[in-house]
Design a binder for this molecule. Structure first.
Ligand SMILES: [Cu+2]
Length: 347
């Protein structure tokens, strides 16, 4: 991670940009990144949300979305088209391999954290990751550096010595690119979140402009409902932000950063995650193009930090092009729809 021209954001590594980069240069990147006059918003590189999840499948889904998908879109023009933004050809940009090595490092970091000193073996994985035994026989075929065909199973990954790669700091990964501190942070011990679910009263359309969504107390409990809708395991006592039925409308040029904030002090917003479109429009990857589905985030820390009851909070969706540049907000015919935004504390 190198500081970009403005000293704040994330720059592409020097090795892959600029005139000396040669074949490592890729012209199809978010404008401004190659010249280092624009920089990626560092929040997009945060793995903090992913690391809040202790269950393998949930962690994997979160990591897949952020930082994996978000950073693909940050380099590849909000996943509108080539190279990094488009699944089938993302590997044409050499930065892809640096990005994926980092995702692999984060995965190792999470495994080490979960194993907590126990040796990571196939036996350990079968006991602790909650996947069926047959999953470990899944085969992947790829080419090595000499163009030879290599086949590996998931079991191989958990066989000590099979992959002779180690990462620096893989036992103490820094998962947060930067911490957005709130002025209300010192009020952390005023936590008084109630268990009443709060939600938006109608569906939301995000069409190119920042939007604040009020959360109001609801009489019915949505909790059983959400557990049915998602395979996500909600842990007792944790607070979740749930976005139901997220769909792309057209092919939006902007996406949205999600924040929680007090209704009466919207500037004291705390970052949750960034929505991204990586693979969502890809017809070859199954499902309905444009369908993102349900997004679930663990937000206990954010709610504690804000120190307020749930009904005093709102959710902000801030329009972004994933760089630190100020985007021109303008109502568009393309964007996102969300059928409901809600906050729940699991009993
Ligand atoms: Cu990828």
């Amino acid at each position: 991670q190198e500081k970009a021209a403005n000293g704040k954001g994330l720059a592409l590594p020097q090795l892959v940009r600029g005139k000396q980069a040669g074949t490592l240069y890729d012209q199809f990147r978010t404008p401004g990144l190659n010249a280092n006059i624009s920089a990626i918003d560092p929040d997009n590189a945060s793995a903090a949300q992913a690391f809040k999840w202790d269950n393998f499948t949930d962690f994997s889904n979160q990591l897949q979305s952020q930082p994996h998908g978000v950073m693909h879109c940050a380099v590849g023009k909000n996943c509108v088209l080539p190279d990094m933004g488009f699944v089938p050809i993302a590997g044409l940009d050499p930065v892809f391999y640096m990005h994926h090595a980092n995702i692999d490092r984060l995965w190792q970091c999470w495994l080490n954290k979960k194993a907590n000193g126990q040796p990571i073996t196939l036996e350990w994985a079968k006991k602790n990751l909650g996947m069926p035994d047959s999953w470990y026989d899944t085969r992947y075929t790829f080419a090595d550096e000499n163009g030879n065909k290599v086949t590996m199973t998931i079991a191989d990954v958990f066989t000590p010595g099979k992959i002779p790669v180690r990462y620096t700091n893989e036992n103490a990964c820094k998962v947060e690119a930067n911490v957005m501190s709130s002025k209300g942070a010192e009020k952390a011990n005023l936590f008084k979140m109630n268990h009443k679910p709060v939600s938006s009263n109608k569906s939301i359309k995000l069409m190119g402009v920042t939007q604040k969504v009020a959360l109001d107390p609801q009489t019915t409990t949505f909790l059983e409902n959400s557990s049915q809708l998602t395979q996500t395991k909600l842990s007792s006592g944790q607070t979740y932000l749930i976005l139901d039925n997220v769909q792309m409308i057209g092919n939006p040029n902007l996406t949205y950063k999600i924040y929680l904030s007090p209704k009466n002090k919207p500037d004291q917003k705390i970052y949750v995650a960034t929505i991204n479109y990586f693979g969502v429009l890809d017809h070859n990857h199954g499902g309905h193009p444009g369908h993102i589905g349900q997004l679930v985030y663990q937000v206990s820390d954010q709610v504690k930090q804000l120190g307020m009851a749930a009904e005093d909070l709102e959710v902000q969706f801030v329009a972004t092009d994933l760089t630190l540049d100020q985007v021109k907000e303008k109502v568009s015919s393309q964007g996102l729809s969300i059928s409901q935004v809600r906050l729940e504390t699991s009993k």
